[in-house]
Design a protein around this ligand. Sequence first.
Ligand code: HEC
Length: 463
Amino acid sequence: MEWVSELLGRLHPLVIHLPIGFLVLGGLLWLKNRQSSEYPALLPTLFLWTGLAGALACLSGYLLYRSGGYAYESVETHLWFGLVTTLFCLLLYAKDKASFLAPLKKLPLSALLGLGLVLIAITGHKGGTLTHGEGYLSEPLPRAVKKALGLPVFEELPIALTADNWKDADLYDGVVHPILNNKCVGCHGPTQAKGGLRLHRQEDILSGGKNGPVIGAKTPDRSELLVRIGLPGENEDHMPPLEKEPLLREEIALLKAWVAAGHPFEGSIGEHGLEMALLEPFFPKNAADYYPDATLAPVPADSLKTARDNSLHVEPLSRDLPWLRVSALNKPDFSLADTLLMEPFVSLVVTLDLSNTRINDSLYHYLKRLPNLTVLNLAHTTVTERGIEQLASLGNLKNLNLNHTEITPALLAKLEAFPALEKVYVFGTLLPEDGPKSLKDGTVTIEYGGYVLPGIASDSISY
Ligand code: HEC
């Protein structure tokens, strides 16, 4: 007959609504009759029903606890509050019947009802926390409200690396932990453990998720954590889920390098032999100096949302500037039609990542229309002389990534005409590495390697 008790236990989430409903109904009846100062005749019956339904809820809850694998400590408060609430409602019923309870009758009904409702609310809340986890209810509250209530607020952790200190910075504490914190811990952390996984502490990372460990020893390609990040954006297992801010390419490369180094939790970046190339993208750029100087109105949020809903990644470059960073990381089929998504904020786009997309010549014509574009990543795309030529009119373009493209010496020469260009990346191209190191008398540096990520898997998979 064990199945009976198990079934009854599973009915607990249903049964608990009965006492809540009865007690709320009691409160409403009292409110309705308050003016006529009549004692609602139905109230004692309602209290009896609340008590009986409460007893049933306690019983089913107890059976669920027995069969559901809950630890006593986790259910303790909920269980006791449930019992007390039930007893309290039975007392409310009995006070009119038993003379020894007469003192209770002297208390105002509103206070008794109010106390009953408070007790049942606490019981319900404790039960909800058991099912959904701590902080489930408060999570959607705005930051300011959470702070005012003294609730934990998610703090984004900065990565504070510079060209001078990067080698001595802690690999895990300084870089890996902030990345996981900023992009994953909202769902895999102290308040929520989606998929049974928490990523905010060493022991949690090591113990993995409901399907076991998520990191393999020095094997990024077989580590679930990285495999999921590397899945195409529309795959439902892709992490973070599409509606959340994806990892940047440099963040993925860094997590890979960390796993490849044996996912150490101690030691500096230098000790673990990571190349500067992996860290350089995290060095601070003084955004205000690097990007154009203009006062522009911020974009309407709905146009950003439309772009994001269509898999374009759009994020503000910094808190104090209006500029946007746009990436087609999750959109390898980015085409001319998608440029319409950027139309409402063309003048705000300062960095654009179209690497690994299948763009063609028709698109360059559009790129010309991004007046403040400063950083353009065209790595792993088909670039042509006719296309690149058109970008010469971009008066703010400073940084152009042509890694892994079919750039030719003739095409490189075209860059002489780019007015603001400072840096061109041509790693993994057919250009001879002993070719010119700069253009325009040294104003444009040509990077053949060094800053470039080694041939990691993220270069060859499409997101
Ligand atoms: C919006 C919430 C959300 C965010 C943010 C998020 N995840 Fe997840 N993650 C989930 C959900 C939900 C599951 C469970 C999906 C399932 O069971 O298939 C999951 C499952 C996983 C798993 C599989 C665990 C297992 O053992 O089955 C891994 C690994 C993972 N996430 C890694 C990450 C990483 C790394 C990040 C940050 C880059 C991240 N997630 C960000 C919601 C999220």
